[in-house]
Design a protein around this ligand. Sequence first.
Ligand code: NAP
Length: 243
Amino acid sequence: MLEGKKALVTGASRGIGRAVAERFLAEGAAVWGVGTKEPADLAERVEQSGGRLHWRSADLSALDGVERLVEELVAESGGFDVLVNNAGITRDNLSLRMSLADFQKVLDLNLSAAFIVARVVARDMIRRRRGSIVNMASVVGIHGNGGQANYAAAKGGLIGVTKSIAAEVASRGVRVNAIAPGFIATDMTAAMTEDAKEKIASAIPLKRLGRPEDVAALAHFLGSDESAYITGQVIPVDGGMFF
Ligand code: NAP
């Protein structure tokens, strides 16, 4: 339950972030969602939530503006109890062919922006001596993946950031954990052929791709007081892909 809690969810327009926002609203939270553009069905969603869904369009890869944006959202909300640092992109290519621009672009959003958002929110959580930060990493950040050196660097870096901030803020009552999703069916993975997806699913012990809701369930647990004694952890949601 997140009754009466306030949550900031980045990348809340589609995929995993949207499922997290919907789950949090269903659990009673007020949610501030961020994405590059307003979702087409925003008005309906705000109405369905009874006005508990708030939206801010922003490009978080424009790093210069991120601190101020998050400070504004903290002030507007009165302070967040939960942050889900979820916005992310891929720009896949073999390392020998990857442009430095694509390497940097993925690091900017998936790592640097997430770091800036986390520390602005953490500053306020520390003052209020409570809060839970959930960073959306990836199994690729733990194991690496051919064609994704930029993404692996960013998600591996985010895991390091998670553990480091967790160590810094634990004594102030703030928890920081990371989720490492495996292969989740969203726009990010939609470009693959059905054949390729079937091959991947058959290699996963639970024999299916993950759903955004599978990840949202863990985000809810980590965001809620049910996980009050868990911090500094990286928890996979991968259908058993890597056990
Ligand atoms: P998705 O469907 O592509 O959604 C990405 C979200 O991030 C969208 O809401 C998008 O907003 C937002 N976003 C993208 N660029 C942004 C920017 N510059 N500024 C602000 N928001 C931005 O991706 P997903 O699969 O749900 O992935 C969500 C997170 O889970 C990512 O961090 C991803 O790396 C991670 N993850 C995914 C998988 C998977 O298999 N799908 C596996 C492991 C980890 P707009 O709609 O406005 O562009």
